[in-house]
Design a protein around this ligand. Structure first.
Ligand code: FBP
Length: 560
């Protein structure tokens, strides 16, 4: 393999660490907080997680821990979608382990949780880690979305852990993967195995967040990558002045990515799914809002613009949400029947007998490609794969149709030419920004110290993230604290609650205060590409959302 100059230069980048991690390992101890409760459903969760529920939040401080330099065997899994910085979590974990005791060993399970179940692994040694420091992607050991749910899968996981004589397992993943970590914790304790489980908050979607988990890693790099691309398109639009760009952005259910991208680039419109749901906007209302802006800008001679669309939007528009949930239920209940039908036309005829009248009318009103996309396989957690539904094309098509009708009636006489984009995969494996490189390395170190301190059922955490890295506060949060009970595949299940955009939060309020001006005037911002080397005010800056959230938390603290 040949390496680019940036690739080689990034190997040499030394991630910044919180001050406490510069101490010798035996000089770091745990400081325990109060016992914790889940975000809701306390009684059900405490009954389900008999051994691991309600533990205290912990952080690391200076002290003396003579036992922390014992030899440890640890396994690590990268789980779910790629997020920039995953390799640095592994590097931090590896360096922490070796600092604790050079005889400690780290095993990487291949292809995600299925590597643990099927005992497919490699030993991660210094030579392997060196090849991946500060690089994007998950290609060091691969990732996967297998959900550990059957008794056989739990038993096989324990079998592998025993075979490798593991003291601990680190699961780097999003809400579903960390839910897996909580379930494995409980199982391992129940079986008296002594294998500890530690999670790490990963996802570009930014929805694995909580009062004590300030950010999921990868969000920073991904939004900066999208910010650059959107800024470039906005500048192109403002130069050519002839296209409306409809840009769908990844993020699954949550609109954090779209919101941050809007704060960075000032598009003419950005839908926030959580607000669309709160205002109960129908698909027709959404198209109406786009048309209003297109018409007003055309009156100013501006037949161009930029619209940001979170990929989960379709699931928040009430009538589409109802259709998707009916489809999910029908496709799960009549799985074999559905799979036996070979053609799209066959599926449509079958759905005529299964869908409610309003959902059928809606389904049949969609362009064929969108209807086909709604029928694609669900992911292993039962979620519809919103990244594969071309919402930007649906909105372009409906806007075009509505404006054409208005042209005929004389209500509109501007030009309208639209181009669609989808930004998602472009940002998931980028070289991690300095923030993500530092944050992930610190999360890996923190995971090591949680293991060395004998804890299990914790998610590695680093807080105070808008301060310089030396002032960051590492520690751990009990996973059960993030959980609630939700309906999944027709049954109530314990899961980590997704953190959606808070409509009372500072990032949304900042955007809402700007948007009427952004709609009509052309005031795009061009963030440019991520800078890896140079002055800290350019290279180490965090997202606008994180800065605003911290400002909000600070104001709240001052008020109380
Ligand atoms: P995670 O939740 O696993 O971090 O993945 C996030 C994500 O990138 C979503 O934004 C997107 O909808 C989805 O993964 C796409 O999944 P896939 O990689 O399976 O196409």
């Amino acid at each position: 393999m040949e390496f680019s100059n940036l690739h080689k230069a990034r190997y040499g980048y030394q991630p910044k660490l919180p001050a406490i991690f510069k101490e010798a390992v035996p000089n770091v101890v745990l400081e325990m907080g109060d016992k914790t409760r889940a975000v809701s459903d306390h009684d059900e969760l405490s009954a389900l997680f008999k051994h691991s529920y309600g533990k205290p939040i912990v952080r690391f401080v200076k002290g003396r821990n003579e036992k922390s330099d014992r030899v440890l065997n640890v396994g690590v899994i990268l789980s779910g979608g790629q997020a920039p910085g995953g390799h640095n979590v592994i590097a931090g974990l590896f360096d922490g382990l070796k600092k604790g005791n050079p005889a400690s060993r780290l095993y990487g399970f291949l292809g995600g949780p299925s590597g643990l179940i099927g005992a497919k692994y490699v030993e991660i040694d210094a030579a392997l880690v060196e090849l991946y420091r500060n690089t994007g992607g998950f290609d060091m050991i691969g990732s996967g979305r297998t959900k550990i749910e059957t008794p056989e899968q739990f038993a096989a996981s324990l079998e592998t852990a025993k075979r490798l004589d593991l003291h601990a397992l680190v699961i780097i993943g999003g809400d579903d993967s960390n839910t897996n970590a909580a379930l494995l914790t409980e199982y391992f304790i129940e079986k008296g195995s002594g294998v500890q489980v530690i999670g790490c908050p990963k996802t570009i979607d930014g929805d694995l967040k909580h009062e004590h988990i300030e950010a999921s890693f990868g969000f920073d790099t991904a939004v900066k990558t999208y910010g650059e691309l959107i800024g470039n398109i906005a500048r192109d639009a403002n130069s050519a002045k002839k296209y409306w760009h409809f840009i769908k952005l990844m993020g699954r259910a949550a609109s954090h990515i779209a919101l941050e991208a809007a704060l960075q680039t000032h598009p003419n419109i950005c839908f926030i799914s959580e607000e669309v749901e709160a205002r109960r906007l129908s698909l027709s209302d959404v198209v109406g809002e786009i048309c209003d802006t297109v018409i007003k800008r055309a009156e100013n001679g501006e037949n161009f613009g930029v619209i940001l669309i979170p990929e989960g939007l379709v699931e928040f528009i009430p009538e589409i949400k109802a259709l998707i949930s009916e489809l999910n239920e029908i496709m799960a209940k009549f799985k074999t029947e559905f799979e036996e039908i070979r053609s799209f036309q066959g599926h449509c005829a079958w759905l005529e007998r299964k869908l409610s009248r309003p959902s059928l009318v809606l389904f049949e009103s969609f362009p064929e490609e969108i209807a086909r996309q709604l029928l694609l396989d669900r992911d292993p957690h039962g979620n519809v794969q919103v990244s594969r539904i071309e919402t930007e094309k649906l909105l372009m098509h409906l806007t075009e149709k509505r404006l054409a009708g208005m042209k005929v009636s004389g209500a509109y006489n501007g030009e309208f030419a639209a181009i669609g984009h989808f930004f998602g995969y472009e940002g998931r494996s980028a070289f991690p920004s300095n923030f993500d490189a530092d944050y992930c390395y610190s999360l890996g170190f923190s995971a090591f110290f949680l293991i060395a301190s004998g804890l299990t059922g914790y998610i590695s955490s680093v807080s105070n993230l808008s301060a310089p890295a030396t002032e960051w506060v590492p520690g751990g949060v009990p996973i059960t604290m993030l959980m609630n009970m939700e309906q999944r595949k027709g049954k109530k299940k314990p899961v980590i609650r997704k953190a959606l955009v808070d409509l009372d939060g500072e990032p949304f309020k900042a955007f809402a205060a700007l948007r009427s001006e952004l709609a009509l005037k052309t005031c795009f911002k061009y963030p440019g590409s991520i800078q890896y080397f140079g002055p800290p005010e350019i290279c180490d800056i965090t997202t606008i959302s994180l800065q605003l959230e911290h400002r909000g938390a600070f104001r709240k603290a001052v008020r109380t």
